[in-house]
Design a protein. Structure first.
Length: 384
């Protein structure tokens, strides 16, 4: 096997001297390091808003030289000696969360807080990730999922499963499950970028909501939200009065004497999103923080404490992936709607530019590895 490959490399937080923050360049070829690892050729990957947070300095744990990317479908080339569920040649979906399965957190299904080395969110954060030709995946048995045999390779059906590596489990688990969503409840999604739209798709697939309100400054995104299943949309006005104005419009839309929204999913990751969220939640309701916040916000407890609301935030765990796979397979979860553009992996710089532009309906960028492939090799001497 060659000693180098092509991959996306983090160059440090963006600045005047480093405006891009990453480069597509040669990197060291990964090798198995632990008996629970797999080594794989990346088949498909994508770009996440969290990658942009790394470039913007909101994820300080990411170090210069890191290989970016935490979502992938891969073909296994080598397996560690303790990997039991997979073999060389398997095509698997890799969760963004790596879970050892044996620590206390994993036994409680808090996989996002796995206490093992290289557990939790490690790929594309603390260790090299999927925006490359090859990748080493730790704790493979509990972090990977075989694609259905009925799913054709290089098909639109296969593309859908890539959306289960992060964006759909995150929006479902952190936004809706933690937000205590249920049939008959009202839901508002503040910010309908890719992760907010994923929460909308999950809400429509998993629940029979009384109403789902999409809130965003971008009229184009609100049009998409309606197409994805939102019952109402709200475009906030500019200025400090936006939260109060949104609350008035939400109450008007809900009618029936409603005094707020049961479940508010904050999917912006900016102070403005939080200030709207805290304004529209009803007494006894829930605010679920889905956006990645890089700046402090004010929790106005002086007028919020009496609402008896609950506030949740956290790291995805991935426990919902098997259920979401079933929903994708039976067609009730339209994961394909999140994919707006297809690229070759070697075009990743163009894909980043399109993703950041938000133009032309840009949502998730799907990148397929177009580099010459390494064939799976059984009985590899690198197995540890």
């Amino acid at each position: 096997m060659a000693s180098t490959m092509m991959g996306t490399t983090f160059l440090g937080v963006r600045s005047e001297a480093n405006p891009v923050g990453y480069a597509w360049r040669q990197r060291p070829m990964p090798r198995l390091q632990h008996p629970t690892d797999i080594l794989a050729r990346v088949h498909k990957t994508t770009i996440c808003g969290t990658d942009l947070h790394i470039l913007g300095g909101n994820v300080p744990q990411a170090k210069v030289g890191l290989g970016l990317g935490h979502e992938g479908i891969v073909d296994i080339l080598e397996v560690g000696s303790e990997v039991k569920r997979f073999k060389v040649g398997d095509r698997v979906l890799c969760c963004c969360i790596s879970a050892c399965g044996t620590c206390k957190k994993c036994k409680d299904r808090w996989f996002g807080n796995c206490e093992a080395a290289e557990g939790s969110w490690s790929l594309g954060h603390l260790i090299d990730g999927f925006q490359a030709e090859y990748v080493r995946v730790p704790h493979a048995d509990l972090s990977c999922y075989a694609l259905p045999a009925s799913c054709p390779r290089d098909s639109p059906e296969e593309d859908k499963y890539l959306m289960l590596a992060d964006i759909l489990p995150t929006s479902y688990e952190i936004g809706l499950v933690d937000g205590d969503m249920a049939d008959g409840k009202t839901c508002a999604i503040v910010g309908v970028g890719p992760v907010g739209l994923a929460a909308l798709l999950a809400a429509c697939s998993m629940y029979k909501a009384k109403a789902i309100i999409a809130i965003d400054l971008d009229e184009g995104r609100l049009e998409l939200a309606t197409r994805f299943g939102a019952t109402h949309t709200v475009c906030p006005p500019k200025g400090d009065g936006a939260p109060a104005a949104v609350r008035d419009e939400v109450l008007r839309l809900l009618g029936d004497g409603e005094d707020g929204v049961d479940v508010v999913v904050e999917a912006v990751g900016l102070p403005g999103g939080w200030y709207i969220a805290q304004e529209i939640v009803k007494p006894g309701g829930n605010v679920a923080i889905l956006g990645v916040h890089g700046r402090p916000v004010t929790l106005n407890l002086e007028r919020m404490w009496y609402r008896n609301f609950k506030l949740t935030a956290g790291m995805v765990h991935g426990y919902s992936i098997p259920r979401l796979m079933e929903k994708v397979e039976d067609g009730s979860l339209r994961a394909d709607l999140l994919i707006s553009h297809h690229w070759k992996l070697s075009q990743i710089e163009d894909a980043y530019a399109k993703f950041e532009s938000r133009r032309d309906g840009a949502l998730k960028m799907l990148l397929c590895n177009d580099r010459p492939g390494q064939a799976p090799k059984a009985n590899s001497p690198n197995v540890v």
